[in-house]
Design a protein around this ligand. Structure first.
Ligand code: 15L
Length: 270
């Protein structure tokens, strides 16, 4: 990997990757709809609207690998999800194919499977159970990645990111926390591992309360350094200050499940 493009550079994860990927690859290209202040006037930043295929084609020219974080990162009205996450994701993969990009790492999300109850332990092959239009867009991106891997030979890694941050701050996040350095490990497996064709990984650290079997990631050498249990006392104390949420507390996707919810009010029945 000589030149790696990171979309969604102005977001929380993109901003953090600026430090964490520094020096890892010879050339990094950063992109977003608007430049983050520290990249204004920096030649490594290329402004682009993912919903515009011509712009995306220009953006990926000369790139070997892409870390695709761009698009909406939470639930939004359909029209915004459609443009940023459906059309934008298609444009990204299609432009990658046309320009002979070798690898794409797609930032998927736990919300592709958010409607599994917390009492279920799932692997990456469990059928998708999105908890939002946003979650549906992540399932779409995973499917699109599989198509481009199987039909066009692009090497694709989908990381179902749990909750990215320096520490897990409540009960749900004790199960789904992802330490930034552990995300970098997963990204590097996606961009560098010689045997990788198409994989889905859970983006989660070493979380004793995890709901996910992340065997594929471990098989590729993932060795998370973040241990959620080290933060358990503080996270559980913080949880006590939060109001109960009968729907959100039952399902893995938490508040994304409760948002707009008018389904069966007895979640144990589903
Ligand atoms: C996500 O997919 C979001 O991008 C992030 O903002 C968090 O909400 C995270 O999931 C989560 O589930 O905590």
């Amino acid at each position: 990997m000589q030149t790696v493009l990171v979309t969604g550079a102005a977001g929380g994860i993109g901003t953090r990757l600026r430090t964490l990927l520094h020096g890892v690859y010879p050339r990094l290209r950063w992109s977003d709809l608007r430049a983050p202040p520290e990249l204004a006037n920096d030649p490594s930043f290329v402004q682009a609207d993912l919903a515009d295929l011509a712009q995306v084609e220009k953006l990926v020219t000369g790139v070997d690998g892409i870390v695709h974080l761009g698009g909406e990162s939470v639930e939004q009205p359909w029209e915004r999800i459609l443009q940023a996450n459906i059309v934008g994701c298609y444009n990204l993969f299609e432009a990658a194919r046309r320009n002979k990009v070798q690898r794409v790492v797609f930032a998927s999300s736990n919300h592709a499977v958010g409607f599994y109850p917390r009492r279920r332990r799932i692997g990456v092959n469990a059928a998708v159970r999105p908890d939002s239009r946003y979650g549906v867009s992540k399932a779409f991106g995973e499917a699109l990645g599989a198509l481009y891997a199987d039909k066009h030979g692009l090497r694709v890694t989908c990381i179902r990111i749990g909750n990215f941050g320096d520490a897990p701050v409540d009960r749900r996040r004790l199960s789904i926390w992802l330490k930034p350095e552990d995300l970098v490990q997963l990204i590097r497996i996606g961009l560098e591992h010689p045997d990788l064709h198409y994989e889905i990984f859970f983006g989660a650290s070493d979380n004793a309360r995890s709901w996910w079997d992340n065997e594929p990631a471990f098989r590729y050498g993932f060795r998370p350094i973040g241990r959620a249990e080290d933060y358990a006392a503080a996270a559980l104390a913080a949880q006590k200050t939060l109001p109960p949420d009968p729907i959100g507390d039952w399902y893995q996707g938490g508040p994304f499940c409760a948002d707009e919810f008018d389904g069966d009010p007895d979640p144990a029945a589903t």
